[in-house]
Structures are given as C-alpha cells and as structure tokens.
Design a protein around this ligand. Structure first.
Ligand code: FE2
Length: 430
C-alpha cells in the first residue's frame, strides 16, 4: 500500500511507462508496473516526470526590485552594481522578506524547489542576512534554500567587509562567497581567494565565489581558486560562478587550467541569461558571447550546473524563475543542440546542480525524497523547446502546486498533439 502512485511516467534518463510509488515523504518503488494500490494515484499519461529543478546561483535579496530606486539605463553590470549600492542603504528586513517570499511562490509554481542564493554582506547592518535567514526557515517546508555570504563590493575593497562576512557566517549563513575580480588589484583578488578558502576550511563550510565575471582574459582567479581548493583540502566543495573570462582566454592556457580545475573538482556555475546579456559590452564587432566553455568543461568531467542569477533586479530586467528558460539560453549560446547535448543541458538544471549544492536524497530512485515535477512535455528535449507548464509539483509526497495544461501545444514533430490540452492532462484529483 502506497500513499501515492504516479503512473505512466517518462523519466529524464529515457525510461518510459514507469510507475513511481511514494510512501510518506520517500520514493518507495520505481518500476514498469507497480501492482499495488494507493490512497491517491496520478496518471502522468506519458509525460516527463523529473526531479525538481535546482538553481545553484541566485540573488534573492535583490530579486523583484526592478526599478528601485531607478532603472539601469546602460544595462551594464557595473551600473547594476552601482544601482544596487544606491538601493542597499534603504533596504528593510520586511521588504526583503516580502520580495523573497513572492519569488519563492513563483519558484514553486515552476517546479524549482532548491535554490542557492548569495546574500550581500556589504551593509554592516546585515539586514539582508537577517531577512534571508528568516526566509530560509519559512520556506523550508517547500524549498531548500542555501545562503552564501557575498561581499558584493569586494572583500578587501569595501571597508568593513571582512568583519561583516564573518558575522554573517556566525549568524548561520551556510557558504563562503567572494568576488576576486572586483577587488582593487589582481593581487588583492588572489589574496581574497586565499583568505576566503582558509575561512571555509576552518569553519568546515563550502565555497561559492563569483569568479572572473569579466571579458578580461587575464582575469585568472579561477586558477588561484583551484589551487587554494587543493591546498586547503576543499576538493568538491568549491564552486566557481560565472567564469566568463575563460571564454576569452588563450587556448593553450585553458589546456592547462581545465585539468587543474578537474583536479580540484571545482563545480562550475555559468549563468547563461546574465552572461549573454552583460558580457561583451566593450566589444564592437565581432562581439564575444561571454559564456564560459561549457562543452569543454563538461567533456573534461567537470560538474557544470546553470544558475538563473537574477530575476527583475538591477542587473537583469527579465526572468521568470523558470530554469528551462536558463537551459534554453544555455544550449543556444553554448551551441549544444544535439540530442545528447540537450540531455546534458537538462542534467545541468537538475542532477548536476543537486551535486553542486550537495543535496542528499535527490533523484527518482527508491529511497530518494518524494520530490518531483510533472511537465507538459514528453521528454527533456521537448521540455527545453517548449518550456512547458509544470502540471504538478510534489514535495515530500505532497502535491504543492498545479498548473493547468497549456492548450494547442505543438508536438516535437510539429503536429498538434492536443487540441485543448485535456488529452495529456494528468489526473491529479481535486
Ligand atoms: Fe551572481
């Protein structure tokens, strides 16, 4: 006897016609035909059932603040940072919590149930950390939220940042952040990487740095980050976010760098929407894409997971909390349009990101947490193309969000697969 059985599911790994039996908050059985009853059944009708989406890089303290206190007129990264600097002193805990909770509601509706958010620790009031620690507790029943102490204006460049980061970690922020390319000099950047890795090693915490978010091919802090990761024994627990300078680096240098990153088991987090929007701004033509070397890093065995980074904030006026939008952009900019490529892109939104965040019990195997999403698509390829509705979102065995099927969708071969959508609507009960 199960509490819930999801029948006739297509799984991301290509298995079709699978039943998933859930008991309590765990997946208790996965097979082609579960001969048992359940208190409730959902017929997925040959639709994709995936583990939830995972966003390993976000800024929940800035999200949904678009237009406060004014719009980013140039649309550049640096004006975004300056604009955030204007907004920061006016932030209140209540306003931060309200915006973050609104975003979390949006995320749940998109099947996004795990988020790693950076928390700007520049303002010594640390109202951002206070607010997001409250949010982390309040959303825990439906979202796993990890927080990174992030010295947005530089660990050494900004007065008081060293002390503020330490205090944020004391308050319970989970991860050590950094921004070495924004320090005053390359040597300050390298020193910040060493200091922050040392703090992580001493406190037993992971590291996730904004690293080399620039088109400057000489911005090579990822080399230092990999070396310090090995030095402090942090292999597998360190993430390099953005790494856009790698796009512009000399190929010979990269042939030495990527093996070093692999040795350090660096988790690579490109942010395709933001990178394609903000990089290459000093170029005329040809204009660089600014996304890091996704295919090469994957082929070298690095764990690559994509982040959303921003939704309607000083840096990015777009976004909807939909990780498939992130993957859609990634496969275009990285030129990964083959069948196997698309599957790798989908993995980078799910299982790879779960590895980056160190999630336990993630997946669709027996014994995993009963967290899953039913999409109005048949497989990961169609999901990336259509960015379909999330028909049902289940967390720890409980249905927590539903979206009605979209009508008049097109099948993968271009023929209408459903006139009104009802044909594929899973029966999730009332
Ligand atoms: Fe970021």
């Amino acid at each position: 006897m199960f509490d819930l059985i999801i029948r006739n599911a297509n799984l991301p790994d290509g298995r079709n016609g699978i039943d998933i039996g859930i008991r309590g908050d765990r997946i208790a059985a996965v097979g082609t035909k579960i001969e048992a009853s359940a208190k409730e059944e959902i017929d997925a009708t040959g639709r994709l059932v995936s583990p939830p989406f995972v966003d390993p890089h976000f800024h929940m303290d800035a999200t949904l603040s678009l237009g406060l206190p004014r719009m980013n007129r140039s649309g550049t990264l640096l004006e975004g940072i300056a604009l955030w600097g204007e907004l920061r002193p006016t932030l209140t805990r209540d306003a931060l919590v309200e915006r973050a909770l609104r975003y979390c509601d949006l995320a749940v509706s998109q099947g996004l149930l795990y988020i790693r958010s950076h928390v700007d620790t520049t303002d010594p009031r640390l109202v951002t950390a206070e607010a997001l620690l409250e949010v982390r507790d309040r959303v825990a029943p439906y979202i796993d939220l990890q927080l990174v102490a992030f010295p947005q204006d530089g660990y050494y460049r900004s007065t008081g940042a060293v002390d503020a980061l330490s205090r944020a970690l004391d308050m319970g922020v989970d991860i050590v952040g950094g921004i070495p390319h924004f320090e005053r000099t390359m040597s300050d950047g390298a020193a910040s990487v060493e200091a922050l890795c040392r703090i992580a090693a001493e406190r037993g915490l992971p590291v996730d740095m904004h690293c080399d978010e620039t088109d400057d091919p000489m911005s090579r802090h990822i080399e230092t980050l990999a070396a310090q990761t090995i030095r402090f024994g942090l292999q597998g627990r360190v993430a390099g976010s953005h790494l856009t300078s790698m796009h512009s680096m000399d190929n010979y240098y990269v042939s030495k760098l990527i093996p070093l990153m692999a040795e350090a088991r660096i988790n690579v987090i490109p942010n395709p929407l933001i990178n394609i929007m903000l990089q290459g701004r000093h170029d005329t033509y040809p204009k660089r894409r600014g996304l890091t070397r996704v295919r090469e890093l994957m082929e070298a065995g690095l764990n690559v997971s994509f982040g959303h980074d921003c939704v309607m904030d000083p840096w990015y006026s777009m976004g909807s909390g939909d990780m498939l939008e992130v993957g859609h952009m990634a496969l275009h900019v990285a030129q990964m349009a083959g069948v196997d490529d698309k599957r790798k892109i989908f993995d980078a939104l799910t299982v790879n990101s779960a590895k980056t965040m160190g999630l336990e019990g993630y997946g669709l195997e027996k014994g995993c947490n009963a967290d899953l999403v039913i999409l109005q698509a048949r497989d990961p390829l169609e999901a990336l193309r259509l960015k379909p509705n999330r028909l049902a979102v289940i967390r720890r065995g409980k249905l927590i969000a539903r979206t009605p099927p979209r009508v008049s969708e097109l099948a993968i071969d271009g023929r209408p697969s459903s006139v009104d959508g009802s044909e594929y609507a899973p029966n999730v009960g009332d």
